[in-house]
Design a protein around this ligand. Sequence first.
Ligand code: NAD
Length: 231
Amino acid sequence: MSLKINFSNYENIVFFTGAGMSAESNIPTYRGSGGIWHKYKFEEYACQVAFDRDPEKVLEFHKIRRKAVLECTPHNGHHAIAKFERSRGGVSIVTQNIDGMHQRAGNINITELHGSLFRVRCLNHGTHEDLGAFTEFKCSCGQYLRPDITWFGDSLDQGVMEKALSLISSCDLFISVGTSGVVWPAAGFPEIAKKAGAKCIEINPEPSEMSYLYAETIQGKAGEILPDLLL
Ligand code: NAD
């Protein structure tokens, strides 16, 4: 990796992360070989219709996913971004991941576009709660609490989307890590950053659908590139 960035030239830096950010932590992917949707049908486990039909089954599936994620640990790339955020102001993460790895590494300014495996919400009240307090997965109103993540067929949370768009359209450096650029609306973020005048850098072992938009593409793994880049 030969690219060196003078970070003092940039005021607002956004790291935009996807499933590839967690690959070296061994978090199971969704697609590809070994992906979750090869083993489980999303129609049975990851949509509102499935939850309405059999909430216990869907909740059990998410319990298994949480357990799998908690058995993994953040890698050197996660730690490098966390150290970088501690070292200066103006650093934010916009992540498509629901695995909580950036939090576990110590980052604070995190916008979770697709929610979190570690929160639940009540469809009657619309409240979002950390999972910690719940063992029964029932709200005081009697409603089952559903995982606070974006399932198939769900819309993105409007407030979260607005926050992400505001960060991205006001950043001057946009660093994308481990995203294929095929899942919308997040796939449109590099173009928004570029149009707003940000320098856009991509970190990915393979070219993505959106590689053509980036000023620089660093070909490699997040856990190897980030510690070196953010030194
Ligand atoms: P994706 O699976 O479509 O693409 C992953 C990208 O990461 C690919 O371009 C791949 O080349 C790259 N990659 C693989 N290993 C890498 C590494 N070591 N370092 C850097 N890049 C690497 O993922 P996506 O673009 O995030 O979209 C899939 C959707 O599924 C998103 O909504 C995502 O949040 C969700 N998802 C989340 C998790 C999680 O929370 N960890 C896991 C799987 C999928």
